[in-house]
Design a protein around this ligand. Structure first.
Ligand SMILES: [Fe+2]
Ligand SMILES: [Fe+2]
Length: 375
């Protein structure tokens, strides 16, 4: 029996724009959102600490790597959002560069509209990071409950604190430095719901630690590099030092667990990874921004997707996910099903990039860096 795209992602063609855009968030006014969490809470009576040395090392590292979102970041930095958008555009290639905009919805845009789009895009991006961070907070609290290993429960508990801090700093940045929130994007919401809903403890890891956080680590790194705004730069630097540990936690835990699974069980993990990859790619089309700018997403997106800058960004999102999936044996298991799928998504070329099992050490904050001193 083979699973079709229709079964996994609800459409036959991965790139069917009409189908992608037909999924929108209809609950934008709800204040809380309930998701059934089907997993058992697992006690373990095996308290032997350090039975899994790599996880124990990560836990010890996490204990000494905590920072304070209120006091370690320079919140007194003045952020003129429009000036930042313009400075970023000057420093980096933008959507306008290398594109023929004649005959498109952008043709008659003046500079003010381009700046406004940059502002909206930033509000949207940071809002989605915020919602994703809350997803991570909930997922790691769930991992504390469901994972059967004491070293993993210990580690996951430190990650719960990390994620609370990430939610806190992104919310504060949005509230005090930017100019508006966006509700959660429907594709991201579907993915987070699927992850929380799944009864198998390792699926929380795969969905959150490997896929969502792998993408976040890459996206934060990209924006950290490009932004000209010093507060956001430092905020991302701090968050990334935590995120690298989180992805490592996923890689180290699943590497052990997947060794016990049957081929059929591994196939389900491959399918879940593919579904997550597609959902995350779909969300980055940021359809809500085009709408707010008065453009029809269906008309502008084919153009936007051809922009060289956009294509680079979209591929870059997978620079951590693909090597980590390879390390876990997911790319080539069975008949190389996931390798072929990542090929179709145009991201398989990253398979030999560094995986995050060890890489977290390179992201660690330097001595004194977490005491408010500049890097
Ligand atoms: Fe986070
Ligand atoms: Fe995280």
């Amino acid at each position: 029996m083979s699973t079709t795209n229709e079964d996994l992602i609800g459409r036959t063609d991965v790139n069917d724009l009409e189908a992608i855009l037909s999924i929108t968030n209809t609950d934008v006014d709800e204040l809380v959102h309930a998701v059934a969490d089907n997993a058992d809470a697992i006690f373990t009576w095996d308290y032997e600490k350090g039975k899994r040395p790599a996880l124990n090392k990560l836990y010890e590292k996490a204990k000494t790597s905590q920072w304070n979102g209120e006091t370690d970041l320079p919140w007194d930095t003045e952020v003129d959002q429009e000036a930042v958008v313009m400075a970023n555009a000057d420093a980096n290639a933008g959507l306008r560069d290398g594109m023929d905009l004649r005959g498109t919805g952008f043709e008659h845009w003046d500079d003010a509209q381009w700046v406004q789009m940059g502002v909206e895009s930033q509000n949207w991006t940071l809002s989605q990071f915020l919602h994703g961070e809350q997803g991570a907070l909930i997922c790691t609290a769930k991992i504390v409950e469901t994972v059967p290993w004491i070293d993993a429960k210990y580690y996951a508990s430190t990650q719960v604190m990390d994620e609370a801090r990430h939610v806190e700093v992104f919310a504060k940045y949005l509230d005090t430095k930017l100019s508006g929130h966006y509700p959660i994007n429907a594709h991201l919401k579907m993915l987070l719901d699927d992850i929380v809903n799944d009864s198998r403890w390792d699926m929380t890891y795969l969905g959150m630690q490997i896929m969502v956080e792998g993408l976040a680590l890459a996206a934060f790194g990209f924006i950290h590099q490009l932004t000209t705004e010093p507060l956001l730069k430092q905020l991302l630097r701090y968050v990334m030092s935590d995120e690298a540990r989180h992805v490592a936690f996923g890689v180290l835990s699943l590497k052990e667990y997947y060794a016990e699974l049957t081929q059929a069980e591994i196939k389900e993990r491959q399918e879940f990874a593919f579904e997550a990859a597609v959902r995350m790619r779909d969300r980055f089309l940021q359809q809500e921004v085009w709408e707010r700018m008065g453009l029809e997403p269906k008309k502008v997106l084919p153009l936007v997707m051809m922009s060289p800058q956009r294509q680079m960004f979209q591929q870059m999102l997978f620079t951590k996910i693909v090597p980590n999936c390879k390390k876990l044996g997911l790319l080539d298991a069975g008949d190389g099903w996931l390798r072929q799928r990542f090929g179709e998504l145009g991201v398989i070329q990253f398979e030999n990039w560094a995986d995050t099992g060890e890489e977290y050490e390179a992201f660690a904050l330097a001595e004194g860096e977490a005491e408010g001193q500049p890097a």
